[in-house]
Design a protein around this ligand. Structure first.
Ligand SMILES: Cc1cc2nc3c(=O)[nH]c(=O)nc-3n(C[C@H](O)[C@H](O)[C@H](O)COP(=O)(O)O)c2cc1C
Length: 172
């Protein structure tokens, strides 16, 4: 798969093959690609917990408003904690008054999704979950910003209708 195929091919899928585990070696390769993401002042203000097997199911069961039940069939759940800034990023934050940490996390999470897709896996980012319960499971007090559900696909992709380039770009 070339770069364009990965970028254009990635999609969210909510149906995972329950019979096929994600190999440890593949997980390691995905994490290596994930942490190559840029971040403000190279702060990398996140911690990543990779939950598999029963722990993945347990984390996915901690839902908010009963949303995202499909994630219980995912073979892997990435839990993305926000970590503190490094000193340079803290100083930058004082000057700009912008907290870049969520942006940094978003970029890194996109790397996870693209890396997974390049390895034949599918993902779905989850923004809705019971944060407190998951903090207890992984043993942290830091904010949990996103989960990523991952597995081999059980079916073909759903078509996601995107806005057109004309709707969101302007050249000046
Ligand atoms: C920050 C963020 C939070 C999301 N939260 C959820 C979620 O809680 N449940 C879900 O099914 N999809 C969630 N998604 C996936 C989006 O619905 C999906 O990316 C969007 O519909 C575009 O589809 P695509 O990923 O196939 O291009 C989330 C995506 C992002 C970036």
């Amino acid at each position: 798969m070339n770069f364009e195929e990965v970028i254009k091919g990635r999609y969210s899928l909510r149906q995972f093959d329950e019979k096929k585990e994600v190999e440890d070696e593949v997980l390691k390769e995905i994490l290596d690609m994930a942490i190559n993401a840029p971040s403000a002042c190279n702060s990398m203000p996140y911690k990543i917990t990779v939950a598999t097997k029963e722990k993945a199911k347990l984390i996915a069961s901690k839902r908010k408003l009963n949303m995202n039940k499909f994630a219980e069939k995912a073979k892997v759940i990435f839990v993305i904690e926000e970590d503190s800034y490094n000193l340079t990023a803290k100083a930058g934050n004082k000057i700009t008054d912008i907290d870049f940490r969520s942006i940094d996390i978003g970029i890194m999470v996109q790397n996870i999704c693209l890396a997974a897709y390049s390895k034949g896996l599918v993902t779905c980012i989850l923004g809705m979950f019971d944060e407190k319960s998951i903090q207890e499971i992984i043993g942290t007090k830091s904010p949990i910003r996103l989960l990523v559900a991952m597995g081999y696909p059980e079916k073909d992709r759903d078509i996601t209708k995107k806005k057109s380039v004309e709707e969101i770009f302007k050249i000046i």
